[in-house]
Every structure is written in C-alpha cells, then in structure tokens.
Design a binder for this molecule. Structure first.
Ligand code: 5GP
Length: 201
C-alpha cells in the first residue's frame, strides 16, 4: 500500500508573494497543487481549471450542499473552496499536496485533518505588503483596502500555524527553499514513520 502523501496548507495575506513562492515549489515536481473553485472573476491571463475553477455563486452553493468542498470560505465578497475528491485522491496516491488558501479555510483543515502542515508566508512588514499589493495593479483601490484589512486580520492568526516563512523582496526562491526544508523535516518526523519498526523486528 502507498504511504499517504503530506498535506501542506500555505496561507499568506494578499501581497506576500505566496503565488510566486508556490510556483517555485511546483517547479520542483514534488507537489500536487489543488486547484480551488472560486466565484471571483478571472484576472487577465488566468485560465479556468489551471488557476481556479471559475464558477457561479449558484454552482458553488450547490457544491457546498453536495458535500463536495473539503473547506471553503468567503473572502472579500467571493467564495473560495477546495474540491474534496482531487485532494483525497492525490493524498491516497502518496502525493504531497499543496493547498494555497486563506486563513479561515486553513483553520477548517486543521480541524478535519490535524496531521496537515500549516505554513504562513508573510512579507517582511506591512509597508512592503501594501506596496506589493498596490504595485500589482490588478485590483481597484477599494479592493486593495479590503485586502489590506484582511491581511491585518490574517496576521493575528500566526500562532495557529506550524511555520512562518518570510518572503523578502526579490527572494521568493529562498522562501521556496525554506518550505522545501520544512517538507523534508516533516517527512522525517518520527510519528510519520512508525512503520519502520517492523523492519527492525
Ligand atoms: P485571490 O483572489 O488573490 O486569488 O485569492 C484570495 C485569497 O483566497 C487568497 O488568500 C487565497 O489563498 C485564498 N484562496 C484561494 N483558494 C482558496 C480555497 O480554495 N479556499 C480558501 N479558503 N481560500 C482560498
């Protein structure tokens, strides 16, 4: 039987650059990325079923009612959620899975899958965060303000996470390396390797 994969939950307020960090992690080929569903409109260049499953509010609510979401949350006026079956299949196949989700969803995962590894990515400080968010230019001033308010709230949840990784300006590859280090250590955690006992008896 395959050993189950590890579930990495990566959160970070808007503007931390977590998308770039996750991109580096996926380039290693060591992780399965869970594509979320959302009711928000696609940004320029975003592709259905690659970046998100872009669905309507009605469809999203139907999927919640059908129990198809592993977790979901409302964030700045839209639904975001993790389709359950893809994640379960990947974990059962022994793949290490990344969920890139906000904090409410991460805390739901903590409850239902306590073995998940929760990582919070932060910018070095709030000014850098805001500069990145404004500089991205993908959102209106109103949405930027709402995302900044969310960012402040999300940072207060730091102690609910297992690890914090700071994404310094221009150093997203180093942040990704930090996460690879976490993944390596987590694989070696004694409690995840108890089957080794049998080899020595
Ligand atoms: P964005 O609109 O910038 O793509 O994402 C907004 C926030 O929603 C980010 O913090 C992102 O991590 C989070 N998010 C993306 N997918 C999911 C999901 O499936 N569940 C939850 N709870 N949050 C998600």
């Amino acid at each position: 039987m395959n050993k189950k994969g590890l579930l990495f939950v990566i959160s970070g307020p808007a503007g931390t650059g977590k998308g770039t960090v996750v991109k580096h992690l996926l380039e290693t080929g060591e992780f399965f990325f869970s594509v979320s569903a959302t009711t928000r409109a696609p940004r320029d260049g975003e592709v259905h079923a690659i970046n998100y499953y872009f669905i309507t509010k009605e469809e999203f609510e139907k999927r919640i009612a059908a129990g198809e979401m592993l977790e979901y949350a409302q964030y700045v006026g839209n639904y975001y959620g993790t389709p359950k079956s893809a994640v379960e299949e990947a974990l059962d196949a022994g793949k290490n899975v990344i969920l890139e989700i906000e904090t409410q969803g991460a805390l739901q995962i903590r409850k239902i899958m306590p073995e998940a590894i929760l990582i919070l990515i932060l910018a070095p400080d709030i000014e850098t965060l805001e500069a990145r968010l404004v500089g991205r230019g993908t959102e209106s001033a109103d949405i930027v303000a709402k995302r900044m308010a969310e960012a402040r709230r999300e940072v207060t949840l730091i102690d609910k996470y297992d690890y914090v990784v700071i994404n310094e300006d221009g150093k997203s590859e180093e942040a990704a390396k930090d996460i690879l280090g976490i993944a390596k250590a987590e694989k070696m955690r004694a409690s995840r390797n108890t089957e080794l006992k049998e080899k020595f008896i």
